[in-house]
Unconditional design. Structure first.
Length: 202
C-alpha cells in the first residue's frame, strides 16, 4: 500500500513540476501539499442538503396529492361528457368538447410547469450549497497551505490522514446549516383561446 502511495504522490509531484511547478530549470521543485475531499458525499449528507431534500419532498407530496385528485376529476368529467354527447346538438357537442380539451390542456401544462419549477428550485438551492462548500475548501486550502485538493474518486490511493471530508462537512454545516428554497413560481397565464367561428348563415 505504501509503495503505491509513494508512486502516486511521486507521479503528482512530477506532473506538477513538468507543467509549471518551477520557475526555471535552476529553481528547486516546489513541494506539493495535497488533500482529499469526497464532494458527492458532502453534497448528499450536509445538513443544508438534507433540509433541501426534505422540503422538496414535502412540496412534491403536496403537488402529487392535488394533481391526483384533479386528474380523477378530469376522468369523471370525461365520462360524464361521453354520456351526454348523444343528447346534445352539434354546436353544443363542439363547445363541450372544446371546453373539456382546454381544461385537460391547462392541467397538463400546470403539471409540466410545476415539475420544471421544482427542478429549478432544487438546482438553485444546491448551487448555494456548492458555493458554500467551495468557500470552505478555499479556507482549508489557505489555512493548510494546500497546493491541490483532489476529489476522492480521482485518487485511487491515498493516506487517510489526507482526507478532509469530515472537516469540510463540519465547517459547511456550521457555515450553512440550512438553505432557503425559492418560493414556488406563479403559474403563467394561459394563452387566450381562439375566437369561436361564427355560426353558419351569420
Amino acid at each position: 500500500m505504501r509503495r503505491h502511495m509513494k508512486w502516486f504522490f511521486a507521479a503528482l509531484t512530477a506532473a506538477f513540476v513538468a507543467t509549471g511547478g518551477m520557475a526555471s530549470a535552476q529553481a528547486p521543485a516546489k513541494p506539493v501539499s495535497i488533500a482529499i475531499v469526497d464532494i458527492p458525499y458532502i453534497m448528499q449528507n450536509a445538513a443544508s442538503a438534507k433540509a433541501v431534500r426534505a422540503q422538496l419532498t414535502k412540496d412534491d407530496s403536496s403537488y402529487k396529492a392535488d394533481f391526483g385528485k384533479r386528474e380523477g376529476d378530469l376522468r369523471s368529467a370525461y365520462q360524464e361528457l361521453q354520456s351526454q354527447l348523444g343528447l346534445l346538438g352539434p354546436d353544443a357537442q363542439r363547445d363541450r368538447r372544446v371546453a373539456f380539451e382546454q381544461r385537460a390542456a391547462d392541467f397538463e401544462r400546470e403539471v409540466d410547469f410545476r415539475n420544471h419549477d421544482m427542478a429549478n428550485r432544487q438546482n438553485n438551492a444546491m448551487k448555494k450549497i456548492e458555493d458554500g462548500l467551495r468557500s470552505v475548501l478555499l479556507d482549508l486550502a489557505s489555512e493548510r497551505k494546500l497546493s491541490l485538493i483532489l476529489q476522492k474518486g480521482a485518487a485511487p490511493f491515498y493516506d487517510s490522514e489526507l482526507d478532509l471530508t469530515a472537516e469540510a462537512m463540519k465547517r459547511l454545516d456550521a457555515k450553512l446549516p440550512s438553505v432557503k428554497l425559492d418560493p414556488p413560481a406563479p403559474l403563467p397565464k394561459a394563452a387566450p383561446q381562439a375566437a369561436k367561428p361564427p355560426a353558419k348563415g351569420q
